[in-house]
Write a protein of this length. Structure first.
Length: 273
């Protein structure tokens, strides 16, 4: 049994927060997405998780030392409204006002965002205790909905593959479907995500899981980018620019091609000199 400790850095109350949890998995999709969201949204660290069984290192951000597992939280920036030019007043009064009322976007209730992220994957014997500790911490923070991001192997590297999902309640499954994620009926989900799912079923918590097909051999930021689309539909006002992740994916592709070219230029090697 691992002895995990939650270290709180803030006591600020969050507004009906929704949580995203991402740990390293296939293609490092979970940790890439969760870490990118914290940077892009400039979320502050509100808590951390430590244990004598975790690797002995600290992550330094803005000159402050944090444990390898961090919990970020804060407001999601509201998208900027596009300013439209004022229409000329028509002869018949009242039509401009009616048209403006029709074009006015539907107001979305603001919710804060909590993100749990880590660069390390717990050992199998640590997984259950860590998952329960994170669930407890999120409950204390007030997160009533949790979205876990995980990767699954992409068999055909020439195709993106279908994004799948699962959920612990009918309401959560409906939300996944509305976000364009195919809800699977049979399957196996491992690790932190798997434990959270069956615990959520038992405790009737709304926990969703997005399973993203990714490269099982390398970090796959391009696959991670695809999860931003359903996340933007599940998290109110979430609007994240995927360009940096796509640039990172292009950089990885370039390095792989350069390495393959270098190997092909070497030609057959004489094993005996």
């Amino acid at each position: 049994m691992s002895d995990f400790r939650v270290m709180k850095y803030s006591e600020d109350k969050l507004r009906d927060p929704i949580a995203i949890v991402g740990f390293p998995s296939i293609g490092l999709v979970g940790s890439i997405v969760s870490s990118y969201l914290t940077r892009d949204l400039n979320l502050p660290v509100i808590a951390g998780v430590s244990s004598p069984d975790l690797p002995p290192y600290t992550l330094i951000q803005n000159g402050v030392s944090y444990p390898p597992i961090r919990i970020y939280g804060g407001a999601v920036p509201k998208p900027k409204r596009k300013r439209t030019p004022k229409a000329e007043q028509p002869a018949e009064g009242g039509q401009v006002a009616e048209a403006a009322a029709e074009e006015k976007p539907k107001r979305i209730k603001s919710r804060d965002l909590v993100v749990v992220t880590s660069e390390i994957a717990p050992r199998p014997e640590q997984t259950y205790d860590l998952a329960m500790e994170i669930l407890s911490a999120l409950e204390q923070i007030g997160a009533r909905e949790i979205i876990c991001i995980d990767g699954i192997p992409r068999m055909d590297m020439s195709q993106d593959g279908e994004m799948l999902g699962t959920a612990t309640t009918e309401a959560a499954a409906g939300r996944l479907s509305e976000a364009g994620v195919t809800v699977m009926k049979e399957g196996l989900v491992r690790g932190i995500t798997g434990i959270m799912l069956y615990e959520g079923t038992y405790t009737k918590k709304d926990i969703m899981c997005i399973l993203c097909p990714a490269n099982p051999q390398l970090p796959d930021p391009r696959a991670a980018t695809t999860t931003l689309t359903p996340l933007s539909k599940l998290v109110p006002n979430l609007n994240v620019d995927p360009t940096p992740l796509n640039n990172e994916a292009n950089d990885i592709d370039s390095r792989i091609r350069a390495q393959q070219q270098a190997q092909s230029n070497m030609g057959p090697q004489n094993l005996y000199g």
